[in-house]
Design a protein around this ligand. Structure first.
Ligand code: ASP
Length: 343
């Protein structure tokens, strides 16, 4: 086989930051400065090209427009590379990974997001191992030349996850990410051990199709005992609101208040898509298990099953941008597009 080729896309994040002595905060440095800390890249038996956001961003500033920029970089150079690595801040990495998984339909090459909790210039940085292994995974091919992991993934602290299953779980531990409802796709120790039974295979003969349209008229509503009727009414009546990710209790339960069920039913009838996601990070919504869940189902609320909030929000944003009517959005929300929910 030829030498593998990987495109490294630098968007920003802690991995490429340094302390600003004047303010004491971490600030992004340019890509050349970051590459100076990585002489290891020259020792790879892989051709690595690079491309960078200018200026790099803290991922709190990520937007659908920037997701589109990343996707278009991948689309334009798709044929030239075996895989792609995206250096990204950890704060919104799971949102970007989820969004890209829905944008890149028929993906047959690895797109691996990684970053770090400590800047690459610090002695104890986790950035080097994360980046070096992410590049190896992006370049990894099977005997027939096809990609070993043809998915959008997050690689962090020795584990490779399906991107749209991840959540940032820690602000300070190296184990920054977790996939609470789906097992890792690979684990890195002395060797990188892949779990092919968990990895999606692309449908043969389909070309990459990139979806760019997002509609941000979505809110996340997190329930708690004592949720105010006045506030809920105002929320449901927001002009232009098209979808609500409702974070419920346990297996998808909400207070059986008449006003709440009435508001939900009326919003559904107006075409607002309401998706039920549990506040528990592990497990699935099962609206038929208890009465409070069943009432939601009867009010027109959809089950988000075991989806993460990040995945439900970005999937809704993309479907609202791409579909012609709420019925179509509801229908596709009930399917798994790229392994984001379990059936
Ligand atoms: N604020 C940073 C970012 O998300 C945090 C990080 O990269 O870990 O860009």
């Amino acid at each position: 086989m030829d030498k593998a080729t990987v495109l490294l896309i630098y968007t920003g994040g802690t991995i490429g930051m340094e302390h600003n002595p004047a303010t004491g905060t971490l600030e992004a440095v340019n890509f050349d400065a970051l590459l100076d800390y990585l002489p290891e890249l020259k020792h790879f038996d892989i051709n690595i090209d690079t491309c960078a956001f200018n200026p790099p961003i803290d991922s709190s500033n990520m937007t659908p427009r920037l997701w589109a920029r990343i996707a278009s970089i991948i689309e334009e150079r798709y044929e030239n590379y075996d895989g792609f690595v995206i250096l990204h801040g950890t704060d919104t990495m799971s949102y970007t990974a989820s969004a890209l998984s829905f944008m890149l339909e028929n993906l047959s090459k690895p797109v691996i997001l990684t970053g770090s909790q400590l800047p690459i210039g610090q002695l104890r940085t986790d950035g080097k191992e994360n980046l070096i292994t992410a590049i190896e995974i992006a370049a990894e091919r099977q005997a027939d030349g096809s990609a070993t992991v043809p998915e959008v993934c997050v690689y962090f602290n020795n584990r490779l996850f399906r991107g749209n299953r991840t959540t940032k779980r820690s602000a300070d531990q190296f184990t920054a990410f977790e996939s609470f409802n789906y097992p890792p796709l690979a684990e890195a120790g002395v060797d990188i051990h892949y779990y092919p039974e968990h990895i999606l295979r692309p449908k043969p003969g389909r070309r990459l199709k990139v979806h760019y349209r997002f509609d941000s008229n979505v809110i996340v509503m997190s329930l708690f005992p004592g949720y105010s009727e006045t506030i809920a009414r105002q929320l449901f009546a927001i002009p232009g609101l098209k979808a609500i990710v409702m974070r419920t209790f346990g297996s998808g339960n909400a207070p059986q208040e008449d006003w709440l069920l009435r508001e939900l039913r009326q919003a559904s009838e107006r075409g607002t898509v309401i998706v039920n996601i549990s506040q528990c990070v592990n497990g699935s919504v099962e609206m038929k298990r208890y009465d409070p869940g069943l009432s939601l189902l009867e009010a027109g609320v959809l089950s988000g099953r075991d989806s993460t909030v990040e995945s439900a929000v970005t999937k809704l944003m993309l479907l609202l941008g791409e579909c012609d009517n709420p019925g179509e959005v509801r229908e596709i929300m009930n399917k798994s597009l790229c392994g984001e929910v379990s059936f």
